[in-house]
Design a protein around this ligand. Structure first.
Ligand SMILES: C[S@@+](CC[C@H](N)C(=O)[O-])C[C@H]1O[C@@H](n2cnc3c(N)ncnc32)[C@H](O)[C@@H]1O
Length: 230
């Protein structure tokens, strides 16, 4: 199996592991790739949808890895037991849903040696949740696929609860420390999106002035941070 772009980038961030759990697996490409490349001994692909689980089963059979990849039907971390939380991937879902999945099964999430998370939006809510619940973000990366830049986070629980400046919920500190080559472009895109939100909110009659002010502040902080990055 050959993977490219976002999915390949996610697998590159998964450490070698005994067991991998991929939540919202859909096609099960991540578990299949990981066992085929001997990066984990066995893997579970779980999904809330019967359709995705059927597709996952078909792909698992086609690649002849039924002995090492198991599929399960269910929501979030519910189908996974604590001792199956060695490495855990939650990718391709909205940030609010990812936060809900982690929050609903916090004790399980704490067990993961590596939590690899790739939200499609609201990544700031995910980072704030991770820091606020004692998770350490030990790595981050950006990958461009098509017109879009995706942000992948790697975290594990340490118990140290942190509160950061809001700007570091929007832009991961690891991306800045690593001087990620896509960082400036990614930040410029984020500023553009916030500019659009500010414009739309400003035109509203019954606008939430506090929320609007928060967006303006974060936009200005992002812009100032972008200027400081070399
Ligand atoms: C866009 S796909 C992402 C597939 C894959 N993880 C990826 O990154 O390419 C999102 C998948 O998450 C599943 N999903 C949505 N909510 C879920 C939940 N609460 N628990 C488990 N899976 C969920 C959907 O059924 C869908 O298959």
């Amino acid at each position: 199996m050959i993977l490219k772009g976002r999915i390949k980038f996610i697998t590159d961030m998964i450490p070698e592991c005994t067991i991998l759990s991929d939540i919202g697996t859909d096609h099960a490409y991540i578990p299949i790739y990981m066992v085929m490349n001997k990066r984990c001994q066995r893997a579970i692909g779980s999904d809330i949808g019967k359709g995705p689980v059927a597709v996952a089963n078909r792909n698992v059979q086609q690649h002849g890895v039924e002995d090492r990849v198991e599929t399960r039907l269910g929501s979030g971390l519910k189908p996974i037991s604590e001792d199956e939380m060695d490495a855990c991937v939650i990718a391709g879902m909205g940030g609010m849903l990812i936060r809900e999945i982690l929050n609903d099964d916090l004790e399980k999430a704490k067990k993961a040696k590596a939590l690899i998370i790739q939200p499609m939006n609201y990544i700031e809510l995910v980072r704030e949740w991770l820091y606020g619940n004692g998770f350490y973000i030990y790595d981050e990366g950006l990958i461009k696929e098509g017109f879009r830049i995706y942000n992948v986070i790697a975290a594990r629980w340490t118990g140290e609860v942190l509160s950061k400046d809001a700007v570091y919920y929007y832009i991961g500190e690891k991306l800045i420390q690593k001087k990620d080559p896509l960082l400036k472009k990614y930040m410029a895109n984020r500023i553009d999106i916030i500019d659009r939100i500010i414009k739309e909110m400003s035109a509203m009659k019954d606008k939430d002035s506090m929320l609007l002010r928060d967006y303006i502040n974060i936009r200005n902080e992002l812009y100032a941070l972008l200027q400081r990055i070399d």
